[in-house]
Design a protein. Structure first.
Lengths: 533, 313
C-alpha cells in the first residue's frame, strides 16, 4: 500500500509542478493601459463581419474599426466622412467621389478607390439599400487611386442616403483583398481605416473584444455628430466585456469594476440612477420600434379583413407598459417610419391599435373567420420581446380568435420564421420583434413594408404591387417633400393591407461611471470623443 | 492492472463513437438554423439561404456527418460556424477558468466536508451532528445563484473585500487569480460540501459499528488514530465515488456560477453554442466532456485499489 501511495504522491507532485511551470511560461497578458474603457455591451460579439450579419453588436464593432464614405448627422443630413469632395453631373447620373488625403488601413497601406469600389460591391450584395443602389448602378469605376465614380442607369434619389446609411448593414470600407470575399462568407482579416484597431490576439468570442487607439487615424475637422465629423479617440484602449447576467453587470458598474453598460434592463435603472458615481443617458433618442408581423401566406391572415381586425383589437400602449414601467422610456407612435423623423406621419392609422374590440369583432365576422387557430411564436428568452405575444394573444382571444402561443428561444424563432410551410407543418402565423429606429425610418430600409411576396419579401411575405411601385418611386425621388408624401402613401397602403403593425417605441438608456465624459448620441454607442479621468 | 487500464481505454473508443453519432443526429434533427443566427435578425430569407449554402448546411445529413467524422479522425474538431474560429482554440481559451473553478471547488469541498462528516459521525446524535445535517439540508436546498448574489452583496458590495466578477489567469498573478475565484468557489462548493459531508457521515457511521473498530477501541487505540486510520480509511470507497461523480457533475454544472460571476468558462461556451446552434462547438464540447467522464470513472476505479487492497483488477 505504501509503495502505491508514494507512487501516487510522486505522480501528483510531478503533474502539479508541470502545471505551474506551464502556467508560468505562458505569455503575460498585455499590461493594462492607463486609460482603458471597460464596457458591457448589449450582447456578446461573436461575428466579426458587419456585412455578413445584420446583428447590431457586429455593426457596433464595425464602427470601431472601419470608416464610411459618408455618415448621417443628428439633423439627418448625410455628410462626407472618408470622402473629401464629391460632385454629381447635371443629368444626375454620375457621382464622382474623391477620398481625403492621408487615409490608411491599419496595416499601413493607403486607402484606394479600388478598395472602396470592392467594399461597396460586397455591401450591395447583402444590404437592402445597397441592393437597391446597385440595381440602379450601371458602373462603379476608379478614375485614379483617390477618385472613383458611380454611374447610374437612371436617376436615383437615395445615393447619399445609401452611402451614409447609419445602421445595419452599414457600408463600411475594407481593403480590396478582404472586400472581395463573397458576401455570404465571413471575412477572416479585420483591418479597417477607422479610429480603433481590433486586437485579434485578445479576442474571445462571446467573452471579450479589445480595441486600441489607431495612432495613424486622421479625424475630420468638424465636431462629431452621430457617425459623422471628427472621430477623436481620447483613450488608449476599449474592452468590450460580455456579461450574461444583468445584475452582475450592474453590481460591477456600481463597484467601479467597469465603466459603461450599454443596455441595462429597465427594471434595474432605479438602482443605477440612485447609485453614487453612476450616470445614465440616452444615446439613441429615436429609440426602438416594436413590430407585430403576420404571415400572409397562410389562413387566417391571408384575409385582409382579419389582419385589420387584429389591428383594431390591439392597443399600442399595452405592449410597452407590460415591460417598461416608467413612462419616460416608452411612447405610443403610429408612424411606421418612426416618430420625430422627417418621414413621420400617422397616415392610414385612424382608429387603429386603440383596443376597439367591437370594430375588430365586426371585421372578423365580415372576413368570415372560421375558427382557425393562430400559431403565435413566443420567444421567452428576449426580455424586450417576450411580453408582446402575451398581449397580442389576450387581444385576439377577446375578439374570439383561437390562439396557440408556442414558447421557444429566440434562435428557434429566427430559424422557424423562415419556413413558408403551413403552421401545421412547422410554419407559423405571427411573430413580434424590435427594430432600431434607424433601420425602419424610410420605406426602402423598412423591411416591414417590403411587399415583394414569397420571393424576395421579408418574413411574413406580404405581396402588394402598389406598395412596391410606391417604394420604387420613393427610391427614385430626390425631392424631400415629395419623398415625404410618398412615404405617407406607402404607410397608408401598408396599414390598409396589414403589412405589419408598429407596437410603439421605447428608449434604451445607457449607464456609465462619472469618470467618463464626452459620450456621443447616435444610432449606436460610439467610443471616440470619450475621455476617462 | 495495466491490462485493465488498457482495456478500459480501448472501451472508450466505441463509447465515443456512439456519443458522436447521437450528438450529431440530435443537433441536426432539433429545430434551429445557424445560418439564420449568422444572418442576424434583419437578414432576409435569401440571405439565410445563401449563408446556408456557403456553410454546406444544405447538404444531406449523411454527407455532413462523413465530412465531420473525417475531420475528427484527423484530430480536427472543426471551426465555429458563428465565430469562424477553430473549435479547439475556443475550447482551450475557456478551459482554464472552468478547470480552476472545478479544482478549487473540489479541494475546498473535500477539505471542509470530510472533517464535517467525520465529526458528525463521531458525535452521532449530538448537536454537532444535527448542525452538520442542518447545514447539509440547507446546502442542498439553496439555489446556486441565490448564494452567489448573497456572497456578492456581503463580501463584494458591502465589505468591498473582493471583486464582483471576472477572471484573471494565474499567469497574471496568483492573488488576482485567487481573489476572483473565492466567491465562485464558496458559491459552487456549498452543494458539494453538503453532499460529501452526508456521505462521509453515513459511511463512517456504518464502519464505526464494525467489529474491528470495537477491537481497535478495546486495544486502546487513540480516538484520532481510530477515526482516521481505521474508520475513515475503510469508509473511503463510497466517499471517493461521490467525489468523482461530483467532479463530473461540476464540469457540466458550472453554467450558473460562471454567469453570475462572469467567468469565461466552458459552461458559458456550451450554453452560448447551444443557443446559437453552433454545431461544431457543441459536438466538440460533448466529445470532450464525455472523454473526461470516461477518464474520471477510470481514475475512480484505480483509486479503489489504493484505498482498499481487497479490490484487484
Amino acid at each position: 500500500m505504501s509503495t502505491r501511495w508514494s507512487l501516487v504522491a510522486r505522480t501528483a507532485t510531478i503533474l502539479g509542478l508541470a502545471a505551474l511551470v506551464s502556467l508560468s511560461l505562458r505569455p503575460a497578458a498585455t499590461a493594462e493601459a492607463q486609460t482603458t474603457i471597460k464596457a458591457v455591451k448589449h450582447s456578446a460579439l461573436r461575428v466579426l463581419d458587419p456585412i455578413l450579419t445584420t446583428a447590431y453588436i457586429t455593426r457596433n464593432h464595425g464602427y470601431m474599426i472601419y470608416d464610411t464614405l459618408f455618415a448621417m448627422n443628428d439633423r439627418f443630413e448625410v455628410k462626407p466622412q472618408m470622402v473629401d469632395k464629391w460632385t454629381v453631373s447635371a443629368d444626375k447620373l454620375t457621382y464622382t467621389f474623391t477620398l481625403r488625403d492621408g487615409l490608411t488601413w491599419h496595416d499601413g497601406a493607403p486607402v484606394t478607390a479600388e478598395d472602396c469600389i470592392a467594399s461597396l460591391k460586397r455591401w450591395g450584395e447583402r444590404d437592402t439599400l445597397g441592393q437597391k443602389l446597385l440595381e440602379y448602378t450601371k458602373e462603379l469605376r476608379a478614375v485614379n487611386p483617390k477618385t472613383f465614380q458611380l454611374v447610374l442607369k437612371s436617376p436615383y434619389g437615395l445615393v447619399l442616403e445609401s452611402l451614409g446609411k447609419p445602421s445595419s448593414n452599414v457600408p463600411f470600407m475594407m481593403p480590396r483583398r478582404i472586400a472581395e470575399t463573397p458576401g455570404s462568407k465571413a471575412i477572416s482579416e479585420h483591418i479597417g481605416s477607422g479610429p480603433f484597431k481590433f486586437v485579434q490576439a485578445e479576442f474571445q468570442p462571446g467573452i471579450k473584444a479589445v480595441y486600441v487607439k489607431n495612432p495613424d487615424y486622421s479625424p475630420r475637422g468638424e465636431a462629431p455628430s452621430w457617425a459623422s465629423g471628427g472621430k477623436r479617440v481620447k483613450v488608449d484602449r476599449v474592452e468590450w466585456i460580455a456579461m450574461p447576467d444583468h445584475q452582475t453587470a450592474v453590481n460591477a458598474l456600481i463597484g467601479g469594476e467597469i465603466d459603461f453598460i450599454e443596455s441595462p434592463p429597465h427594471d434595474l435603472l432605479p438602482v443605477l440612477e440612485s447609485a453614487p458615481g453612476v450616470k445614465t443617458m440616452i444615446i439613441n433618442k429615436l429609440g426602438l420600434q416594436g413590430m407585430l408581423r403576420f404571415n400572409h401566406l397562410h389562413p387566417p391572415f391571408t384575409n385582409p379583413k382579419i389582419r385589420q381586425a387584429v389591428a383594431y383589437a390591439v392597443m399600442q400602449d399595452d405592449y410597452m407598459k407590460t415591460w417598461i414601467s416608467e413612462a419616460k422610456y416608452r411612447r405610443t407612435c403610429l408612424a411606421m417610419f418612426v416618430c420625430n423623423t422627417p418621414l413621420a406621419s400617422e397616415a392610414g392609422a385612424d382608429g387603429l391599435m386603440r383596443g376597439n374590440l367591437e370594430k375588430a369583432r365586426a371585421l372578423l365576422k365580415e372576413g368570415g373567420y372560421d375558427g382557425t387557430t393562430v400559431v403565435l411564436m413566443h420567444p421567452t428568452d428576449v426580455n424586450s420581446i417576450a411580453s408582446y405575444p402575451v398581449v397580442t394573444a389576450q387581444a385576439l382571444r377577446k375578439i374570439g380568435m383561437k390562439v396557440d402561443v408556442q414558447a421557444m428561444d429566440w434562435q428557434t424563432l429566427v430559424s422557424r420564421r423562415g419556413k413558408q410551410e403551413p403552421p401545421a407543418q412547422g410554419g407559423w402565423n405571427m411573430f413580434h420583434t424590435n427594430w432600431v429606429a434607424h433601420d425602419v425610418m424610410n420605406p426602402v430600409v423598412n423591411a416591414g413594408v417590403n411587399t415583394k411576396g414569397a420571393k424576395g419579401g421579408w418574413f411574413g411575405w406580404p405581396a402588394d404591387p402598389q406598395i412596391e411601385d410606391l417604394r420604387d418611386q420613393f427610391a427614385r425621388e430626390g425631392d424631400p417633400a415629395k419623398q415625404k408624401k410618398l412615404a405617407a402613401d406607402i404607410q397608408r397602403r401598408a396599414y390598409e393591407v396589414g403589412a405589419y403593425l408598429p407596437l410603439g417605441e421605447y428608449i434604451q438608456p445607457t449607464a456609465y461611471r462619472d469618470r467618463l465624459s464626452g459620450i456621443l448620441e447616435g444610432p449606436a454607442p460610439f467610443f471616440w470623443n470619450i475621455e476617462k479621468k | 492492472m495495466y491490462g485493465f487500464i488498457a482495456k478500459r481505454l480501448l472501451a472508450t473508443i466505441p463509447v465515443m463513437g456512439v456519443v458522436a453519432v447521437v450528438v450529431f443526429l440530435l443537433l441536426r434533427l432539433s429545430p434551429g438554423d445557424p445560418a439564420a443566427v449568422l444572418a442576424g435578425d434583419a437578414g432576409s430569407p435569401e440571405d439565410v439561404h445563401r449563408i446556408r449554402v456557403a456553410l454546406g448546411l444544405d447538404r444531406p445529413i449523411h454527407t455532413q456527418f462523413v465530412i465531420w467524422i473525417g475531420q475528427l479522425a484527423r484530430g480536427d474538431l472543426g471551426t465555429s460556424i458563428i465565430s469562424n474560429i477553430p473549435v479547439t482554440r475556443m475550447i482551450s481559451q475557456r478551459l482554464e477558468p472552468t478547470a480552476a473553478l472545478a479544482v478549487t471547488t473540489i479541494l475546498f469541498a473535500v477539505l471542509v466536508s470530510v472533517p464535517m462528516g467525520v465529526l458528525a459521525a463521531w458525535h452521532h446524535g449530538t448537536w454537532v451532528d444535527r448542525a452538520v445535517m442542518a447545514f447539509s439540508v440547507i446546502g442542498f436546498s439553496v439555489p446556486v445563484f441565490v448564494l452567489g448574489y448573497l456572497w456578492i452583496y456581503g463580501l463584494a458590495m458591502s465589505l468591498k473585500w473582493l471583486p464582483v466578477q471576472g477572471y484573471v489567469s494565474i499567469s497574471q498573478g496568483v492573488w488576482p487569480f485567487a481573489q476572483r475565484l473565492i466567491l465562485p468557489t464558496l458559491t459552487l462548493s456549498v452543494i458539494y460540501v453538503a453532499l460529501i459531508a452526508r456521505i462521509t457521515r453515513a459511511s463512517v457511521l456504518e464502519v464505526m459499528g464494525e467489529d474491528y473498530i470495537r477491537t481497535a477501541h478495546a486495544k486502546g487505540v487513540a480516538d484520532r488514530r481510530l477515526l482516521i486510520r481505521h474508520a475513515l480509511a475503510n469508509a473511503a470507497v463510497p466517499i471517493v465515488t461521490v467525489i468523482g461523480l461530483g467532479v463530473a457533475l461540476l464540469i457540466g454544472g458550472v453554467v450558473v456560477t460562471e454567469s453570475v460571476f462572469n467567468l469565461p468558462g466552458l459552461g458559458r461556451l456550451t450554453v452560448d453554442a447551444v443557443l446559437a446552434r453552433d454545431y461544431p462547438i457543441i459536438q466538440g464540447l460533448i466529445l470532450i466532456f464525455s472523454s473526461v467522464y470516461v477518464l474520471l470513472n477510470l481514475v475512480i476505479d484505480i483509486a479503489y485499489t489504493l484505498l482498499d487492497p481487497r479490490i484487484r483488477y
